[in-house]
Design a protein around this ligand. Structure first.
Ligand SMILES: *Cc1c(COP(=O)(O)O)cnc(C)c1O
Length: 394
């Protein structure tokens, strides 16, 4: 019997694999040289996470009990006072906003996303507006924007606080660190007014020290992705923060009925995230960084001589692990970064590379996070080929 199961997903050798599934569906796999981007499948989950998910499918538990216990374990693993699990970091943003408005009040929780009769304004610095911030609006809140796209002062934030303010948003994300109010100052102001600081730090791991950095600076709820560098299930995330606000977050989150019900996390995903986090926090970050840097130096060496561009390894706030960053000089005669990335992805071996997402995009890069054995050579070769052709006007 077994041999007929999933027959439409098997390869010509009669076995199932990632390639056979994709091939049977007519989907061409790609090499992910652009980092943990959801459209490009995020991360390859750790084997430990997959094993824990499979094992967890064998038992039934009460989900609230599991979520509370798993939250305690995450707090312990990450060095925080409290934590809870969400559906991606995005799910964490919805929960943050709901918690800020309804806190632990059952009637208010049930009422959302209709936010009448409770404070529902979230203050956000204009420079912190970004593609995912609409999640904060999902449970019925609205933004009060302060400052300009260039920057913002503490006074401008303070002037926006009213009786209708529910919380203040803070974003940590590449290319977003300049011109904004420093987190500790924002926290001091918010707490003076009895308000929580809601932080989105989804992609700020590694470095692992960030697991406690933003909570140490006083943020009340901090959202991280479980499906990025942690390498848990793609759909998971977690909130760390102070116990009172984590409890509000939990009460506003699935499986409790309400606005966040659509973002439930299964027991398998909960177990998978725990298993992945346990491995993640134990990894030797220096060795990991050395290894990434070596791979990226290899890419840089293959393309550095091409006229009209610079290539260098960067590892800083905007580049969470060593990246091979390509920037065109004024002598560049070839097509744009987007066009180069499109050419990389067009034909097999299809390669996804990252592009600076700002409007005035100023570079593209290779991210080693998802590269598997033998892939960095393929990526460097194809990139070199395309850049040489492009630089000579082909
Ligand atoms: C990746 C990211 C998210 C979304 O995280 P998911 O875990 O994919 O839901 C939200 N905010 C920022 C800043 C991110 O980088």
């Amino acid at each position: 019997m077994t041999k007929h199961r999933n027959k439409s997903l098997l390869g010509s050798d009669g076995r199932i694999s990632g390639f056979s599934i994709a091939e049977n569906l007519g989907v061409t796999p790609l090499i992910n040289a652009g980092g943990p981007n959801t459209r490009h499948s995020g991360w390859r989950p750790r084997p430990e996470a997959i094993r824990a998910m499979e094992a967890m499918s064998e038992v039934f538990v009460q989900i609230d009990e599991l979520l509370i216990a798993a939250g305690e374990r995450i707090a312990e693993l990450t060095g925080n006072e409290a934590a809870t699990i969400t559906s991606g970091a995005s799910g964490g943003l919805v929960v943050q906003a709901a918690a800020a408005m309804a806190k632990g009040d059952p009637e208010r929780i049930a009422q959302l996303p209709v936010a009448t009769g409770m404070p529902n304004e979230l203050i956000i610095q204009r420079r912190h507006r970004f593609i995912y911030d609409h999640l904060y609006l999902a449970p019925g809140s609205r933004f009060v924007e302060v400052g300009t796209s260039e920057g913002c002062t503490l006074d401008q934030v303070e002037a926006a606080i009213s009786a209708n303010t529910a919380g203040i948003i803070h974003l940590e994300s590449p290319f977003k660190s300049l011109g904004v109010v420093p987190l500790p100052d924002l926290v001091a102001l918010a707490h003076d007014h009895g308000l929580p600081v809601l932080a989105d730090c989804a992609s700020m791991l590694p470095p692992r020290e960030n697991l406690t950095k933003f909570t140490d600076q006083g943020a009340d709820l901090v959202s991280f992705s479980g499906g990025k560098a942690v390498r848990g299930p793609q759909s998971t995330g977690f909130l760390v923060g102070n116990p009172e606000w984590i409890e509000y977050a939990r009460l506003n989150n699935a499986p409790n009925p309400g606005v966040t019900r659509a973002q439930k996390v299964s027991k398998e995903e909960i177990a998978g995230l725990l298993a992945a986090l346990e491995v993640f926090v134990d990894e030797d970050e220096e060795e990991e960084t050395r290894n990434y840097r070596q791979q990226m130096m290899f890419v840089v060496d293959q393309i550095a001589e091409i006229p009209g561009l610079t290539a260098e390894v960067k590892h800083n706030y905007d580049h969470y692990i060593p990246h091979a960053v390509v920037a065109f000089t004024s002598d560049w005669r070839g097509p744009s970064y987007s066009e180069i990335c499109a050419r990389l992805k067009a034909d097999p071996p299809r390669i996804y590379a990252a592009e600076d997402y700002r409007e005035d995009s100023s570079c593209m890069w290779i991210d080693p996070l998802n590269l598997q054995a033998g892939e960095v050579e393929i990526v460097a070769e194809k990139l070199r080929h395309i850049l040489v052709d492009a630089s000579s006007g082909r």
